[in-house]
Ligand binder design. Structure first.
Ligand SMILES: O=C(O)CCC(=O)C(=O)O
Ligand SMILES: [Fe+2]
Length: 329
């Protein structure tokens, strides 16, 4: 699916490239949007107010079916009663707040260098901190790891896929998957009608779990419309990512989403990205293949290689791998 607003060239060509240094770190001295980041027709595709993005209670006896249905249709849902303790979420939020309030020089110390892992980046008008490991966030990572794993296997089990059917799940179960923890900071922007916090994209994961604070911004595409995903107290947003799309042979859709900025309020959030162990190939689960619906994708060598493809082809990465156009009913 293509973005429905005209993106400035900087977004089209450099969506996920680091532009650190082009705009001030905290954007405070920025009163106008630099021309290369200005969107011209955001209003042509107004966001739809909607409570239709499913809200699913993990304690609901029908949770599995509801999750599976949401993954087939929207590729996203909000999850309540997810089991992550409130205090763990609140602590994580405070860590995010204090890290982003550090002086720029300190944050820039972790600006990603060649071969670096943890990173402080600036995408367009958004600051992002990425951790591959951090003891401060260990508790959150442990809880979110457990939740992501549970959701992944609920999603796959609903398609009739068990751990034995997925090579990387390994004899000891599912404790070897990789993850990335990311903190996003979207400073208030005086011209939200001309700026995008994050350009339309899909996540390169099995699932991503977003804890958003109380400020709106996230939107998902369904059909031709952009739907707001308002913060729901206690809920986490779960996105189906590209690797789940591939694994499920297209049954579950990797959701196209974007983030708008707020005119007066700073928005902070935490994204937990969950993927398979890095060294294993990912391909549609053989059990899901039918003569009438053979593998839609070739094996993707591994998560890092997929990320490289994504870095080169941006939003066209998943489509570039697709082997044929599936028939729609
Ligand atoms: O800001 C949000 O709500 C979503 C962030 C996101 O999509 C991402 O970091 O990939
Ligand atoms: Fe995303």
């Amino acid at each position: 699916m293509a973005p429905t607003a005209t993106a400035p060239d900087a977004y089209n060509s450099e969506t996920f490239d680091v532009i650190l240094g082009k705009v001030p770190d905290d954007f405070k001295s920025l009163h106008e949007i630099p021309e290369e980041y200005a969107w011209t027709n955001l209003n042509e595709h107004p966001s739809l107010d909607s409570d239709s993005v499913p809200i699913i209670d993990l304690n609901d006896p029908n949770a599995s079916q509801l999750i599976s249905h949401a993954c087939r249709t929207w590729g996203v849902f909000q999850l309540i009663n997810h089991g992550v303790p409130d205090n763990v979420v609140e602590d994580m939020e405070s860590v995010a707040q204090s890290l982003f309030s550090l002086p720029a020089e300190q944050k820039l110390k972790v600006a990603r260098g060649p071969g670096g892992i943890s990173a402080y980046l600036c995408f367009a008008l958004t600051n992002v901190l990425i951790f591959f490991f951090s003891s401060i966030t260990e508790e959150y990572e442990k809880e979110l790891g457990r939740l992501s794993s549970r959701l992944t296997w609920i999603m796959l089990a609903s398609l009739g896929v068990s751990k034995e059917d997925v090579k990387w799940s390994g004899p000891k179960g599912d404790n070897q998957e990789a993850h990335v923890l990311q903190l996003n900071s979207y400073p208030a922007c005086p011209h939200p009608d001309r700026a995008m916090g994050l350009v339309p994209h899909t996540d390169s994961t099995l699932v991503s779990i977003i804890h958003q604070s109380k400020i709106c911004g996230l939107q998902v595409q369904e059909g031709t419309g952009w739907f707001r995903v308002p913060p729901v107290p206690g809920a986490m947003v779960v996105n189906v990512g590209d690797l789940m799309h591939i694994l499920s042979n297209g049954s579950y859709v990797s959701v196209l989403h974007r983030v708008l900025v707020n005119q007066t309020q700073h928005r902070l959030l935490v994204v937990y990205s969950y993927g398979p162990p890095d060294h294993v190939p990912n391909s549609p689960v053989p059990k899901l293949l039918r003569a009438s619906h053979p593998a839609l994708y070739p094996p993707v060598t591994n998560w890092s290689e997929y990320l490289d493809t994504k870095a080169k082809l941006k939003g066209k990465a998943l489509a570039s791998l697709q082997l044929y156009e599936p028939l729609t009913n």
